[in-house]
Ligand binder design. Structure first.
Ligand code: TRP
Ligand code: SF4
Length: 449
């Protein structure tokens, strides 16, 4: 089905951050109407980008998102979407590698997950939001990369053994699960993403991605006709820039002028009229080597949220200690009131130590300096009770979740708008993915006969 393109990509501006959530659902609806009359102009705005400005990340749809996700991953995405060209996707194939037995109702989880993203302020006008399995190019790249990936690389990735040990009840001795990190590498490389925001547990996967890119470039980097393609690409820059580029390249190659090299790189970065493929080609041509077909990404380590779960351990679905983003608001106060506190405070008149109390960690996220001072004074002098101490936290969580849940409810009522957001994100993603895949096919000799 052909969906109209609804959302223009926006350049970052300062006040976007606040605007995202306020704008929300109604804003999208208004744009839907106005943009349908304005389809033409949008094409030019979806123009070329610097691959080092691209950010990609994915999340497996394995259940409801909770406060830990929001304060860790999602708020970071909301920030990044204004600084980079972002691609955020639901990794539904990755979910199948560990849950192939239909224990997840994937479709519903996918939709719920995207609704949660939208409700916290991830903005489809600033980031492409899509679903992995709707961009089949990921699968083709995964297959092609599998040809050059030594088995040992995959067997050595720490999560391979860890997860098998942890999820004993699951049959993870599958080909699909072994390929998990390589599929992730394909997810990243297909967008030539420069940065991949992930938690510490995923860094090894980004490292494998880098090794894969290096190996690929080493084996296939010298595309046939490289020289001619580079010369053609130079022409596409326009007369003036083409001449500057050629002079700078000669200065570097014949006189080893490093300043000229840097200038030429800066010049390339400014070019708006050439494709990423051509741009990579010209970067390669400068230094004489072949073309960098796949770009090596860097992990952007997401600070793990200091958000404790209700039992004081890290907030996580597997510990059953979460407050989800859709938690019924009347449950929030109940859940918080049941949280354990400093065990020394058996009675009201027993003084406590906030450092020994998980509730204190929540105050770090939710409370002002004054409130925190009130907690320290009141706790250590037994001047306040624990329930009293917890109240500002449940109030703050409720205040935080209320507008998010309102947004989410709007989308739930109108899932078609979510579907069209996803459809458009998929289309944007596919355009970018196809470009890389064509270069990969060419390089591997699966050209264009
Ligand atoms: N493996 C990631 C996780 O479990 C999800 C993921 C899949 C991902 N593909 C990705 C993350 C690509 C970043 C980039 O969290
Ligand atoms: Fe924890 Fe607050 Fe009770 Fe102190 S008063 S133990 S910080 S809940």
């Amino acid at each position: 089905m052909a969906f109209p393109k609804l959302f223009v990509r926006e350049k970052a501006t300062q006040n976007h951050f606040d605007r995202d959530r306020i704008a929300g659902y109604n804003h999208y609806l208004a744009r839907l109407i106005s943009l349908q009359t304005n389809l033409h102009n949008q094409e030019s705005e979806l123009s070329k980008v610097d691959s080092q400005q691209r950010v990609l990340s994915g999340m497996r749809p394995t259940g409801r998102l909770h406060l830990g996700h929001m304060h860790g991953v999602l708020n970071n995405w909301v920030k990044l979407q204004h600084e980079y060209e972002c691609f955020f996707f639901v990794a539904d194939w990755h979910a199948l590698t560990t849950h192939h037995d239909h224990s997840l109702s994937l479709d519903q989880h996918v939709l719920d997950m995207v609704i949660d993203w939208l409700a916290v302020g991830v903005n489809p006008g600033s980031a492409a939001l899509f679903v992995q399995s709707r961009v089949p190019e990921h699968a083709e790249l995964h297959l092609l990369l599998s040809m050059i990936t030594p088995l040992g690389w995959l067997e050595r990735v720490p999560s391979y053994k860890d997860q098998q040990d942890k999820l004993q009840e699951k049959d993870l001795a599958t080909y699909g699960f072994l390929g998990y990190p390589l599929l992730q590498a394909a997810d990243i490389l297909i967008y030539r993403a420069g940065y991949v925001p992930v938690g510490a547990d995923q860094v090894a996967h980004v490292e494998l991605t880098r090794e894969t890119a290096r190996r690929f470039n080493h084996i296939y980097g010298r595309e046939p006709g490289f020289e001619e393609n580079a010369t053609a690409a130079i022409k596409k820059m326009g007369k003036k820039a083409a001449k500057q580029y050629s002079n700078l390249r000669t200065a570097y190659q014949e006189q080893g002028d490093h300043e000229a090299l840097e200038k030429a790189k800066a010049l390339l970065k400014e070019q708006q009229n050439i494709s990423i493929g051509d741009s990579e080609r010209l970067f390669g041509y400068l230094e004489g080597g072949g073309k960098m077909i796949l770009a090596e990404p860097q992990a952007l380590l997401t600070k793990s949220a200091k958000m404790p779960g209700l039992d004081g351990q890290k907030m996580s679905k597997s510990y059953d200690n979460t407050i989800t983003l859709r938690e019924p608001l009347d449950q929030v106060e109940k859940k918080i009131s049941r949280m354990p506190t400093d065990p020394a405070r058996v009675r009201l008149r027993d003084p406590g130590d906030p450092e020994k109390c998980p509730v204190w960690q929540l105050h770090q996220t939710y409370s002002s300096a004054d409130t925190k001072q009130w907690v320290v004074d009141g706790c250590t002098s037994a001047g306040i009770g624990c329930l009293e101490c917890k109240k500002p936290i449940s109030d703050a969580i409720i205040a935080e979740l209320e507008p998010i849940q309102k947004e989410a409810a709007q989308y739930e009522k109108d899932p078609d708008i979510v579907r069209s957001i996803i459809a458009e994100g998929c289309e944007t993603a596919r355009e970018a993915a196809k470009e890389t895949l064509q270069d990969v096919r060419d390089a591997m000799g699966l050209g264009r006969w």
